[in-house]
Write a protein that binds this ligand. Sequence first.
Ligand code: TMP
Length: 395
Amino acid sequence: MKKEFLDLGRQPIANKFLREDEFKDEFFYNLKVVFDDDTKLVSLKDFVKPELMFNDDYVYHTSLSVPMIKHFKETAEMLMKEFNPLTVMEIGSNDGVFLKNWANDYTIGVEPCGNFAKVTEDMGYQTYAEFWTTELSEKIKNDGHVDFDLIYAANCICHIQDLDECFSAIKNILSKKGIFVFEDPSLLRMLERGSYDQIYDEHAHIFSVTALDNILRKNGLILFRVDNLSVHGGSNRIYVRHANILTDLIPEFVRNNLQKEKEFGIDKFQTYEIFAERVEKSKEDLCKLLSELKESNKKVLSIGATSKSTTVFNYCGIDESLIECITDTTPDKQGMYSPGSHIPVVDRESVNLNDYDYVFLGAWNFKEVITDKEKDFIENGGKFITHVPEVTVFS
Ligand code: TMP
């Protein structure tokens, strides 16, 4: 039984930055969110066709984010030390920021965006430029690969619409004692922080440990460890094994995570109704603040042309008249316009921040990094705006 609790309105493809001549053909869909009473999974009501989101034009290069390079290097080192896998596969290998930490003769990638699959092939890693399916897992086996000791995926499994199919494909190619490790934004952190902008087309689901525990069990897999991470505004790293390896005993730290979620009411529909009210209030507050700033002729720009800000700008009806431009370090986004809201995206180096009065934190998840880099702006009287956990102005 899937119950709708949130309607974020008409939304474009969150990561599809466009040229002016593309505005007229832009694709939009209705972004609504549902809660499944049975598995406790939170998902989009209507999924967007994967090919519209993940294709050769995909612009999110993980390796352009310095904090994420460090994150993936440390993750690889920890997995090597603690589990010492002989064979490794990454699903959603992007531009190889995780893969490059492993020797390429026993590591492969799976990446449907052809532009990135080519990058990792050129780095020497065999990369399947396809979506993750049971059929692909069979093809990899038929190509002579043995089952994998480590299957890793970051910010990818929550993109996969059919989770039963995804997990059974994993089970098909995970070695007997192998581990499947994946990390995605945490539903609990989203609900605690009011960060509704974690919801966009690519995030077909926002995972709780509770829902994953239910769905993995159904597919003959067992969740045996959870690491709570700070990346992407609060994520969980989930460790999974074949169900027959462990007894049904749930380790204490997993139990604590499940308990914490239960105490928050993650299994109750009412929790989501309260969240929806908070989201509506966030929209009212942000629209009011930006309109007042406009009336008093204050200049506002945004830092970080994120998928998250696509949700905020389109839900709140924010356009160039309220936020003049967005700076972003990704070259492929520069010179383009933001999806739906059509705000120009520019290189940070091309603007003098001191010409602006306020900076909206589109990449609020990098608040410390950005405010630290932009100390000069604050010293000159500039102020930041964030909408997480509440709409706030700070300096
Ligand atoms: P993410 O929140 O999905 O990781 O995206 C972060 C975006 O913000 C990405 O396009 C890079 C950009 N960015 C900046 O423009 N300046 C910065 O200082 C940081 C950390 C990120």
